[in-house]
Design a binder for this molecule. Structure first.
Ligand code: GLU
Length: 443
């Protein structure tokens, strides 16, 4: 059996960390099992779905390196949904209801007052043809509910969640089609999963109840039920819910902030597992370390600070080849391997490389408080070629001549050469700056 999984975002906003985790886990599962990863756009909501968001999702997934092997969009498939709805009507599993929202609300309130669960009472099942004709004559259009099985519980083996069991008596027959004829997500998702031969549905645990309902829809359509995995939801550092609307955690914004795709993926591949979060430099590395059974049921906390720290750690180990393109995109076309090796321990994001490029290449305003001292130091600069020993030779000579030592020796030289109090080790930075620029800055 070939593993076939899907990531099914709604193009009603940009991807945020929560979606990316779902995408990543599905992608990793496919790649780890030689399977197929499908991108499915859940765009039945034509008012909120936009092509711009759909494009944004593709851009974000591509930037993250989570390529897809197959693609489907729900708005192309209404004929298929209509045909399946007709079949469910014919088998008596989809029935028309005419209650208004106010009537349903009133029913619920009455049930709650009587300490009964607020479950739809299936009154519409008792309507006669004449009743229905009367509603239609009044201009009312029905919404359509799926008739759940009488059985009391739906249980399945979940790759993450053990053996969830949903009490179906506590659920109302779900509305699959609204009165205006539009589909809610529930039925299209099942039909897509059937037609795409999805073997594993992996998604957030907010879908556990949907799963119980959808299992019954798979069965009602005579289709094989896929395996399921439900991941605990990502929460904020304080346990609060994350949402697209918070915006701050969209992929687009993280990218703008200079966060590496591999940092995001390294973190999300581990949140919710007991395994340590470590920087992974490549997708192959992530695939090798992936095991869906490592995911647990406790909430996974996403902390932007942890992401920033991981991003810095990742940069410190990334080889030049991995960042050459990003450096070019920052306008540092001439930045080479030697430059990268010197500056990467000082970066929080790749954008910081610009600061150090400027330090190396100039122009730069040196900070000089003692001009005489700098003149002396300038006179003692050794001739080129320079290497990582030059700094030591030079500062020893300056120390012998001026008597300055320790911080009083090193800090003024650093300030003159770089304009900054901190930065990469000067023994490796100085050769990059070179004698000509060093001389200018000291004078
Ligand atoms: N569009 C749904 C969502 O984003 C998909 C859920 C699913 O994976 O079935 O929640």
């Amino acid at each position: 059996m070939t593993v076939r999984v899907r990531f099914a975002p709604s193009p009603t906003g940009r991807l945020h960390v929560g979606n990316v985790r779902t995408a990543l886990v599905n992608w990793l599962y496919a790649r780890a099992h030689g399977g197929v990863f499908v991108l499915r756009l859940d765009d039945t909501d034509s008012e909120r779905s936009t092509q711009a968001f759909a494009d944004g999702i593709e851009t974000d997934l591509t930037w993250l390196g989570l390529g897809w092997d197959d693609f489907m969009r729900q708005s192309d498939r209404f004929d298929r949904y209509d045909a399946a709805a007709a079949a469910l009507r014919a088998s008596g599993r989809l029935y028309p209801c005419y209650e208004t929202a106010e009537e349903l609300d009133l029913k619920r309130k009455l049930q709650l007052a009587q300490r009964k669960p607020p479950v739809y009472d299936r009154a519409a099942l008792k309507l006669t043809d004449a009743d229905r004709a009367a509603y239609e004559a009044k201009g009312l259009k029905p919404h359509w509910r799926f008739k759940l099985d009488e059985g009391s519980r739906v249980t399945w083996r979940d790759l993450v969640h053990g053996e969830p069991s949903v009490d179906m008596q506590s659920l109302s027959d779900p509305v699959l089609i609204r009165a205006d004829g539009t589909y809610l997500y529930t039925l299209p998702s099942v039909l897509d999963d059937i037609d795409l031969s999805i073997t594993h549905v992996m998604r957030g645990e907010d879908h556990v109840t949907n799963t119980a309902v959808q299992i019954q829809i798979f069965e009602a359509l005579g289709a094989k039920v896929p395996a399921f995995a439900h991941f605990s939801l990502l929460t904020g550092a304080e346990g609060e819910g994350l949402s697209k609307r918070t915006g701050a955690l969209s992929v687009a914004e993280m990218r703008e902030d200079g966060i590496e795709a591999m940092a995001i993926l390294s973190l999300l591949a581990r949140l919710g597992t007991a395994d340590p979060v470590e920087p992974r430099v490549s997708h192959a590395d992530l695939i090798a370390g992936f095991d869906v059974s490592r995911f647990g049921r406790s909430a996974a906390k996403f902390d932007p600070e942890e992401l920033r720290n991981l991003n810095a750690k990742l940069l410190h180990v990334l080889p030049f080849e991995s960042v050459a393109g990003e450096l070019r995109a920052l306008g540092l076309e001439a930045a080479d391997e030697a430059f990268w090796a010197v500056v990467r321990p000082n970066l929080k994001t790749i954008k910081d490389a610009r600061v150090w490029w400027q330090v190396v290449e100039g122009p730069l305003t040196p900070v000089v408080s003692d001009a005489d001292f700098m003149r002396t130091a300038a006179d003692l600069l050794p001739p080129e070629p320079w290497d990582s020993e030059t700094w030591k030779q030079w500062t020893t000579a300056v120390k012998d001549k001026t008597g300055a030592k320790g911080k009083a020796l090193f800090l003024p030289l650093r300030l003159a050469l770089t304009g900054l109090e901190h930065g990469p080790e000067l023994n490796v930075l100085l050769p990059l700056i070179g004698r000509k620029r060093a001389l200018e800055r000291l004078s």
